[in-house]
Design a protein around this ligand. Structure first.
Ligand code: PBG
Length: 336
């Protein structure tokens, strides 16, 4: 079957008119290829130890550090709005070289997971960040060796203990964001050995060494000096991102992720084309902040920009998206 070919010179007008399908909102709705629904969104939240009331984060307009009480309240709102999940990050009062707070059952992240599970049960997928950087006094995602380099295998031992502590706290999906080699295998083995065979793993497989994490480092009050280029991916590499995702699948990842999102839509598409497991993307703090800051100045329409970003990330292959704007957009009826 062949469609009519394009216009020949001398025609009065084109016979092929794609604009017909854009003529009304109803028509556009009928031909829309990509859906954006609340259940495809995950809200990342920060929980700070020792807070009585939520505190705004200067570089992330509309985003706050939560107390244990206020995180319960926002998780209830997220569940009521029909979001798919919530991703918890802890901001501890004290940090040390090995990130002890990450494995302490009373540590802020584990306490937050228990509080949120008590509030929402299974109506949201309760997720925890499985990484040491919020808990170490040097701010790296792993522990350091005698030369001050990030020690891969020593970090894995900490991740294994962290996985079990988070599962004991009730988290249902653990977000491995440390970019240590073998972390998915180690977390899976530790969970299985402890009987948590139903706790799932979200591997931040293709996590790039990105400037777009800047506001996040404010949000978690990160002490990091230097950067994460010995473990996070080089922004120049797409093939390597695909390889990391494949390795995580082999190691038992239930879901793989690409992060950041907007500057890596090509990587997302390539991973989505070959992944046998669901693929998620994380629209990170700096991506949120860019839109929010420009919108505050009246330079762009913030709502439209957020929706366009999210639908583009879905179009590029993400089954679900982590977004700081997700709850606000759903509560205001912009995503339904
Ligand atoms: C590591 C982690 C980071 C983010 C999510 N998990 C920080 C980093 O790798 O530097 C960044 C998310 C964001 O910028 O929104 N715990």
């Amino acid at each position: 079957m062949s469609a009519p070919t394009s216009d020949t010179p001398g025609d009065l007008g084109p016979s092929i008119r794609p604009r017909r399908l854009r003529s009304t909102a109803a028509m556009r709705g009928l031909v829309r290829e990509t859906e954006l629904r609340p259940h495809q969104l995950v809200l990342p939240v920060f929980v700070r130890e020792g807070l009585d009331a939520p505190q705004p984060i200067a570089s992330m307009p509309g985003v706050e550090q939560h107390s244990l009480d206020s995180v319960r309240a926002i998780s209830a709102r997220a569940a009521a709005a029909g979001l798919g999940g919530i991703m918890l990050f802890g901001v501890p009062e004290r940090r040390d070289a090995v990130g002890s707070g990450a494995t302490d059952p009373q540590g802020i992240l584990n306490a937050a997971a228990r509080a949120v599970v008590a509030e929402v049960g299974e109506s949201l997928v309760v997720q925890t960040d499985l990484c040491l950087d919020e808990f170490t006094d040097h701010g790296h995602c792993g522990v350091l060796d005698a030369q001050g380099r990030v020690d891969n295998d020593a970090s894995l031992e900490r991740y294994a203990a962290m996985a079990v502590a988070q599962a004991e706290a009730g988290a249902q999906l653990l977000g491995l964001s440390g970019m240590m080699d073998g972390q998915t295998r180690v977390a899976r083995a530790a969970l299985d050995a402890a009987g948590f065979t139903n706790v799932a793993l979200l591997a931040y497989s293709a996590k790039y060494a990105s400037a777009f994490y800047g506001p996040f480092r404010d949000a978690v009050e990160s002490p990091l000096q230097g950067d994460r280029r010995t473990y996070q991916l080089d922004p120049a590499n797409a093939r390597e991102g695909v390889r990391e995702a494949a390795l995580d699948v082999q190691e038992g990842a239930d879901i793989v992720m690409v992060k950041p999102a907007l500057a890596y839509l090509d990587v997302l598409r390539r991973v989505a084309d070959v992944s046998p497991v669901p693929v998620w993307a994380y629209m990170v703090s700096g991506e949120h902040a860019m839109i929010a800051a420009a919108a505050q100045r009246g330079w762009i329409d913030g709502d439209r920009a957020q929706l366009e970003a999210l639908v583009s990330i879905r179009r590029a292959g993400a089954d679900a998206v982590l977004s700081y704007a997700s709850l606000d957009l759903v509560e205001r009826g912009l995503i339904a």
